[in-house]
Design a protein around this ligand. Structure first.
Ligand code: PHE
Ligand code: CA
Ligand code: ZN
Ligand code: ZN
Ligand code: ZN
Length: 297
């Protein structure tokens, strides 16, 4: 897999920041900054040769949009999906939550195009609307697929907050290695976790599992039995002393002190975390979509 240039990911974040600044300070569902964010991401994908579609839905009395981007080629009966929510809360510009995941998967999609990658599986990227209102966009997408379309999706990778300023390195716990909390994801989720784990191990960064507690867009996918996984660098919870010892940063301080706040700006990003996570996304996309032994179902 290619090394994703973190400078490119940061350039997308700067664009999302400017969009928020020019549209009342946010990129929230039903506000002009959301649609402008969709237009920005879509224009990059269209120029790179993706087949894009904008799916409209209505929630809380306002129109929302999911952006889907298919990379031509691969077995369309065996689809790997990669998603991130593109909306912010109305309190701020949402650069870590979730400009970070949105920009990291965008740059991965653009790397697929630059490399003329020809995966065995078909690749579909998604930017979800209205996550902050309760996973509305991703739920709309999954629930509008037929059973047979759902069964073609062999795995879903989710990225929500991957540049937290006081970062942790969490992987959705597909194998329920700690044996507590929400339990494992659908069969196949453990394979996804393993591929991400292998990447972080290769760069010497320790990881921890985090439960599928239903707080992000993998929720509707696992609810219908689609294997899922992904990374997360932490939200409002505070980093423990033990975590600060292994990851650095500040103990007893939130992973993201600007979570859902006005200060979630371009200054609220840890570049190293953003870089490691962007490279992990590329590693997972390349590995999972090329190895015929992975994600069979
Ligand atoms: N989905 C939450 C939000 O957007 C953040 C979150 C992501 C929490 C992943 C837990 C795990 O506010
Ligand atoms: Ca990189
Ligand atoms: Zn949020
Ligand atoms: Zn989020
Ligand atoms: Zn695990």
């Amino acid at each position: 897999a290619p090394d994703i240039p973190v400078a490119n990911v940061k350039a997308h974040l700067q664009q999302l920041q400017t969009i928020a600044t020019n549209n009342g300070g946010n990129r929230a569902h039903g506000r002009p900054g959301y649609k402008a964010s969709v237009d920005y991401v879509k224009s990059k994908l269209d120029a790179a040769g993706y087949r894009t579609t904008v799916q409209q839905f209505t929630t809380s009395g306002r129109v929302g949009y999911n952006l889907l981007a298919d990379w031509p080629g691969g077995d369309e009966d065996s689809v790997l999906m990669v998603g991130a929510h593109l909306d912010s809360v109305s309190a701020g510009p949402g650069i870590n939550d979730n400009g970070s995941g949105s920009a990291a998967i965008l740059e991965t999609a653009l790397a697929v195009a630059r490399e003329k990658f020809q995966p065995r599986q078909h690749l579909r990227f998604a930017w979800w609307g209205a996550e902050e209102l309760g996973l509305r966009g991703s739920r709309y997408y999954v629930n509008n697929l037929s059973r047979s379309e759902q069964s073609k999706i062999k795995g879903y990778l989710n990225f929500d907050m991957v540049g937290s300023p006081n970062p942790g390195y969490f992987l959705y716990d597909g194998d329920d290695s700690d044996g507590e909390g929400a339990g494992p994801g659908p069969e196949g989720s453990a394979e996804i976790e393993k591929v991400l784990e292998d990447y972080f191990e290769s760069i010497g960064v320790p990881t921890e599992g985090t439960d599928f507690d239903g707080r992000s867009d993998y929720g509707p996918f696992i609810a219908v039995g689609i294997p899922a996984g992904g990374t997360f660098t932490g939200a409002e919870q505070r980093k423990t002393r033990a975590q600060a010892q292994k990851w650095g940063g500040q103990a007893n301080v939130a992973f993201d002190r600007c979570y859902h706040a006005r200060c979630d700006t371009v200054n609220n990003i840890n570049d190293k975390a953003l870089d490691h996570n962007s490279d992990a996304i590329a590693h997972a996309v390349w590995t999972l979509s090329s190895n015929p032994r992975l994600l069979k179902r």
